[in-house]
Design a protein around this ligand. Sequence first.
Ligand code: NAD
Length: 279
Amino acid sequence: METSGSDGRQPLAHPLLKGQKALVTGANSGIGKATAIGLGRAGADVVVNYVAGRDAAEDVVREIESFGVRAYAHEADVSQEKQVSDMVDRMVQKFGTIDVMVANAGLQRDAPLTDMTMAQWQKVLDVNLTGQFLCAREAAKEFMRRGVVPEVSRSVGKIICMSSVHQIIPWAGHVNYASSKGGVQMLMATLAQELAPHRIRVNAVAPGAIRTPINRSAWDTPEAEADLLRLVPYDRVGDPDDIANVVAALASDLFDYVVGTTLYVDGGMTLFPGFATGG
Ligand code: NAD
């Protein structure tokens, strides 16, 4: 590939994902945005899903196109069955198929248990868990229809679930979110077991504390950031690119034998840092 991105970074000498078609949900903000751009930089054509904020999605499309690959924005709510199947159908019409599904879209609706409404509980489960089920199902149907294309990838397709350290770390005041991510862990593992015989690889990425709009209050003052860093042995808040780089590698054939795994990308947050000096 000859082009470099608008951020001035050099293109990869051998694009990891050349010829692959990727869809990233929730791709006009934060981790999804960085991931969509990262997959484009790695040589993939990319569908930029968003639910609100068309201008931001179109900005991501333009940045991806600057790498010399194709991209377009698609509005869809991942918790709505018909909208997800229409989104994948349109991708197959426009790009011919799908090789990589990154089920990234997610949100929080925080409250202590006794204040949490049914609507808060249901919204988080609908988007964070049901949304990933729908995206995985629609991608898997197309993977199975198409079969392996050896010059594109050794596997038939890749599904990458965006989980969280809260798939294993309990989180008071966020029972809906932690339950949804615990669900994502078992969704991922069960789908990995079910789909591996079809040469479909299902894995998850579990970010720790990444600087995005979802958790702004946790890092946007020096005091909040210092408090947060007590939980991060590596002593820095993560950037969306930390996740994007791992997703690109995981989607590539470098990781062809990695099936049913969660990659924690968390600066050591899951290492029980409180025990470094206590216990
Ligand atoms: P973000 O708020 O910047 O991005 C979330 C994206 O999901 C947005 O584009 C939003 O519009 C989209 N979205 C929300 N509901 C949707 C729906 N119904 N349909 C389609 N898209 C929808 O937050 P982020 O930090 O980039 O979060 C991305 C993912 O990473 C989430 O699944 C989140 O749980 C996970 N995560 C983030 C962190 C972190 O520290 N930022 C840590 C662990 C896990």
